[in-house]
Design a binder for this molecule. Structure first.
Ligand SMILES: Nc1ncnc2c1ncn2[C@@H]1O[C@H](COP(=O)(O)OP(=O)(O)OP(=O)(O)O)[C@@H](O)[C@H]1O
Ligand SMILES: [Mg+2]
Length: 364
């Protein structure tokens, strides 16, 4: 699924956290990203690379930061210019969210069905009162009427996301469910407002591998069924290979490489992406002694980044030009890199790219 209409667009996004007694923290710089209709777009990078800050900037959930962008639009609506009231309706009805930590994201004193039914009432047209008093009464006294449309839809959504015995589980509290089931509840809650986009920030990181695989497969198929596009944040390129149509690779607040997943996995063009690919066993080029090759070192302190490319202190091919501002080059029409060491004919074998990585079959 490629070449579809842009749904969420950001151009030159910059996020800065002001610091009283020191230099400001430039968490994200010059990020361009387009989430297209019907696509799952992976946002990948190691810890601190700016993935969550980018997601929160889209949803305007960063009260303590300065957010600037030449463009930040959802379906052509300028998100930075929206009133807080309109933004509240955008969150949920247009853009659903799934966070990593379901125990803190879900309300511990409300049943899971209640939490989903509330989103249904607020963001879809079921004709039930959403006034403060009605909601408080439901929340603390009566619960949602189990014959109401919002409750029936909540149970249906729990079934859709694969919770067995959904009508009983709907009346349970988050702590009564397993971690995997709670993540499924979060997916149901994100779908409850019938959004066009879901932003999922490490939705399966806390789960074990088999549960993770099930949930990602479920998320992927739900997106196809519900025609929802997903921005999937992960630090795991294996997850991207299994789930995403496109991928943006971030490092220390900047985009390093971006494009169709199969293009990036078969022709990784940025040394940072190559390092990431080599750090996952199934895609890695192993040296003769069987050791996995990874990029040594760690990301710079965002208050003290080197000029130019933020990766240059770790980069195996860094040279003088890397202290200059990052250029953007097109590898193909659907694949860009931001690296000074680029020529269009930079072939994988001659540049030391991992041959195994070029042979990977990326499942769609
Ligand atoms: N509220 C804040 N105040 C100051 N700096 C912040 C704040 N939130 C994030 N940052 C900084 O912004 C940078 C990007 O953080 P972010 O949380 O987006 O990373 P991430 O890619 O999501 O990492 P992880 O994989 O660990 O979740 C980091 O350097 C972080 O310390
Ligand atoms: Mg994060």
């Amino acid at each position: 699924m490629t070449g579809s209409d842009p749904l969420l667009e950001m151009r030159d996004l910059a996020v800065t956290f002001p610091v009283d007694d020191g230099p400001d923290i430039q968490a994200v710089e010059s990020v361009d990203l387009t989430l297209r209709q019907g696509e799952v777009h992976g946002l990948v990078g190691e810890s601190g690379s700016g993935k969550s800050v980018t997601a929160r900037a889209i949803l305007r959930l960063l009260d303590d930061a300065r957010v600037n962008a030449d463009e930040l639009t959802f379906d052509s609506t300028d998100l930075l210019a929206q009133s807080e009231k309109d933004m509240r309706s955008t969150r949920g009805a247009e853009i659903g969210m799934i966070f990593q930590d379901s125990l803190s994201a879900l309300n511990p004193v409300m049943t899971v069905g209640e939490q989903i039914a509330e989103v249904v009432r607020h963001h879809t047209d079921v004709g039930e009162s959403t006034g403060t008093l009605s909601e408080l009464r439901r929340k603390y006294i009566t619960g949602t009427d189990e014959t109401s449309e919002s409750w029936k839809r909540a149970v249906e959504l729990l079934e859709i996301v694969g919770i067995p015995d959904a009508s009983t589980r709907a009346s349970e509290y988050p702590h009564q469910l397993s971690g995997g089931q709670r993540q499924r509840v979060m997916i149901a809650q994100a779908l409850a407002g019938d959004p066009s986009v879901i932003i999922a920030d490490e939705p399966t990181t806390a789960l074990d591998v088999t549960v993770e695989a099930d949930i990602l497969a479920e998320l992927r198929s739900l997106c196809d069924d519900f025609d929802v596009s997903v921005l999937l944040i992960t630090h795991d390129l294996g997850v991207v290979a299994e789930t995403c149509d496109r991928v943006t690779v971030m490092y220390s607040g900047s985009v390093m490489e971006q494009g169709l997943t199969d293009s990036i996995f078969t022709s990784p063009s940025h040394p940072y992406t190559e390092g990431l690919l080599q750090s996952i066993p199934e895609y890695s080029a192993q040296s003769n002694d069987g050791e996995l090759r990874t990029t040594p070192g760690s990301a710079p302190d965002p208050r003290n980044r080197p000029d130019g490319c933020p990766f240059r202190d770790r980069c195996p091919i860094a040279f003088d030009a890397c202290s200059k501002p990052l250029p953007t080059h097109s590898v193909t029409d659907d694949h860009i890199i931001r690296c000074h060491d680029f020529t269009n004919d930079r072939p994988g074998d001659a540049s030391g790219k991992p041959q195994q990585a070029q042979e990977i079959e990326v499942s769609e």
